[in-house]
Design a protein around this ligand. Structure first.
Ligand code: NAP
Length: 523
């Protein structure tokens, strides 16, 4: 019998404790039990219907401006309770304060951005999409597209690495669109999501049914989906495949957004020299990307492409920086990198490194690390590993295996077309960064590699202190990527609202269209 708290679910408008066998959440550094979760025994059909009917009705009755105001109030509540979120992140995710901030401050920033964006939409309850189009010779019968909030519920199935941002980056556009939410956080790190939802629910700022949470297994959730619901999934390519094949998606056409794994890359301009600013910018960014959140970021740099002649110099510069990374208990101020989220992830990262080592050379391996204030037998801590490939075939495992930890591979290219080909051969990524002081090279790379990515991040000396970071997802830019990355698209400012709306063409007389596109309409 465990004496840690069983986290309640908020479902069907009330707090409910699951029954049966709960799953225990652990501190990944200390190995201690911290909480339990389950939603076994809770009536799923009732909760989905409550959110869909009651939550949807309430939210759709509001205007975009009013819903933007709700987002502002959520930010206020979360801001007030922030210290508790940092404590939970340390205990449940094993992250340092800096790494927890990526998740926690990132969610507040995203919510605030959408609150601000709502000002562009005004006191309306639906959106007009584009211009009217004539349907025939006569002007008096025309077509106008409009966007209406989908009359369903948005189910979020989230990954373990962003328990805060993962919820709010999806919730902000959904709530602004007028669509109620049910979130199922990844079990390993569910506590932070649950606590944030609890704080928002307890302040009564959202209408009934607008926000629900179920912690624990995903079993049975997809079976509840109906045609006008949407599902937004973030996680591994393997689980994504299961979701795509579920009858809700394959038969009922439930709209589905998938954010899956990705082998993101960094590309150094072939004209770079080892003593240039561009060289140093690449080295700093790669080290940052490898180590923030112990490399557990879907956007982290996994493949680093450099001109063949610079391979030894880049390897040396990265090694020098990586060996200074301190690893251990995130409660110790001298620790730069905390732990992975669980022992399972630790085992998976170790196995991934071993698989890649079979065809790469080891340029740096900080393991076994001397851990600060942590027991290597218990803590899921791992030091950075830099692998190298001087002649990479496109079939290489480096193009296929995502190791979700502080691990990257340095790859030498002979000529730029070969680099482009190797980057493309990962079959679709979330983001790539290009390091160059030549605008023509940046533009050429953006056009060449754009179709294979959701985002191209160009770092040149003129933006050295301004750029937002390769791996940071900014709410005004889209997040998602083609192919292997899941084929999804989130954020991108108001573009995100499209996922939560249904587009309909209204073919009608001008008088009805005038009424529809007017400002003060009954819904
Ligand atoms: P995961 O194992 O696929 O789990 C993701 C979520 O799916 C969890 O909530 C999980 O629940 C749930 N799930 C598991 N099996 C399911 C099923 N059969 N049906 C429905 N849901 C199911 O992924 P993860 O290990 O948490 O996350 C790491 C992966 O996510 C990495 O590959 C990373 O690249 C990717 N990721 C991508 C992005 C992006 O934006 N593209 C962002 C973050 C992470 P349980 O936790 O209860 O098993």
């Amino acid at each position: 019998m465990s004496n840690v708290p069983l986290l309640p679910n908020f479902f069907a408008g009330r707090w409910q404790l699951g029954q049966g066998h709960p799953i225990t959440l652990r501190d990944p550094v200390l190995g201690t039990e911290i909480a339990q979760v389950t939603h076994e025994g809770i009536d799923l059909a009732q909760g989905f219907e409550y959110a869909r009917r009651i939550g949807g009705q309430h939210l759709r009755a509001l205007t975009y401006t009013q819903r933007g105001e709700l987002l502002r109030k959520i930010v206020e509540v979360l801001n007030k309770n922030k210290p508790a979120y940092y404590d939970i992140a340390t205990a449940n995710s094993g992250t340092t304060v800096k790494d927890s901030a990526v998740d926690i401050e990132g969610s507040l920033f995203t919510l605030s951005t959408y609150a601000k964006l709502s000002e562009q939409l005004g006191q309306k309850q639906y959106l007009v999409d584009g211009e009217r189009a004539r349907l025939g010779k006569e002007l008096s019968f025309q077509s106008q597209h409009i966007l209406l909030p989908t009359p369903g519920v948005a189910l979020f199935i989230n990954a373990f690495n962003f328990p805060a941002w993962g919820l709010w980056e999806k919730a902000a556009p959904a709530l602004l669109s007028g669509v109620p939410i049910i979130v199922k956080p990844a079990t390993a790190t569910a506590w932070l999501t649950q606590k944030m939802v609890q704080d928002v629910i307890d302040t009564d700022i959202l209408p009934a049914g607008a926000l629900s949470i179920l912690c624990g297994s995903s079993k049975g959730l997809l079976d509840q989906l109906q045609p006008f619901d949407v599902v937004s999934f973030t996680g591994s390519a393997q689980t994504a495949q299961t979701i795509r094949c579920h009858p809700a998606v394959s038969t009922l056409s439930v709209r589905c957004n998938i954010e899956a794994d990705s082998l993101n890359s960094a590309l150094l301009d072939p004209h770079t020299t080892a003593d240039s600013d561009v060289f140093n910018l690449l080295v700093s960014e790669v080290v940052r990307e490898m180590t923030v959140k112990s490399g557990q970021k879907c956007t982290a740099i996994r493949r680093i492409f450099v001109p063949h002649a610079l391979y030894p110099a880049v390897a040396k510069a990265l090694r020098e920086k990586l060996k200074k990374i301190t690893v251990g208990n995130p409660r110790d101020d001298t620790v730069r990198m905390g732990s992975l989220v669980s022992q399972e992830q630790y085992q998976s990262v170790v196995a991934g490194i071993e698989a890649l080592k079979k065809e790469t050379e080891v340029l740096f391996d900080g393991n076994p690390a001397t851990l600060i204030q942590a027991d290597p037998q218990t803590a899921a801590c791992i030091a950075p590993v830099l692998l190298g490939l001087q002649n990479m075939p496109p079939s290489s495992q480096v193009n296929h295996t995502e190791v979700f930890g502080p691990v990257a591979t340095l790859i030498a290219y002979q000529h730029i077309d070969q680099a482009y080909e190797l980057i493309e051969s990962a079959q679709g990524s979330l983001v790539m960064s290009v390091y160059s002081d030549r605008p023509e090279f940046i533009a050429q790379t953006a056009l060449k590699l754009g179709p294979y990515h959701g985002r191209i991040h160009a770092i040149s000396p003129e933006v050295a202190t301004l750029h937002t970071g390769h791996g940071n997802v900014m709410p005004v830019s889209i997040h998602g990527g083609p192919g292997r990355a899941g084929g999804g698209e989130e954020l991108g400012g108001l573009r995100a609202l499209h996922f939560y709306h249904r587009r309909v063409a209204i073919q009608s007389s001008l008088s009805a269209l005038d009424l529809l596109t007017g400002e003060h309409l009954p819904y």
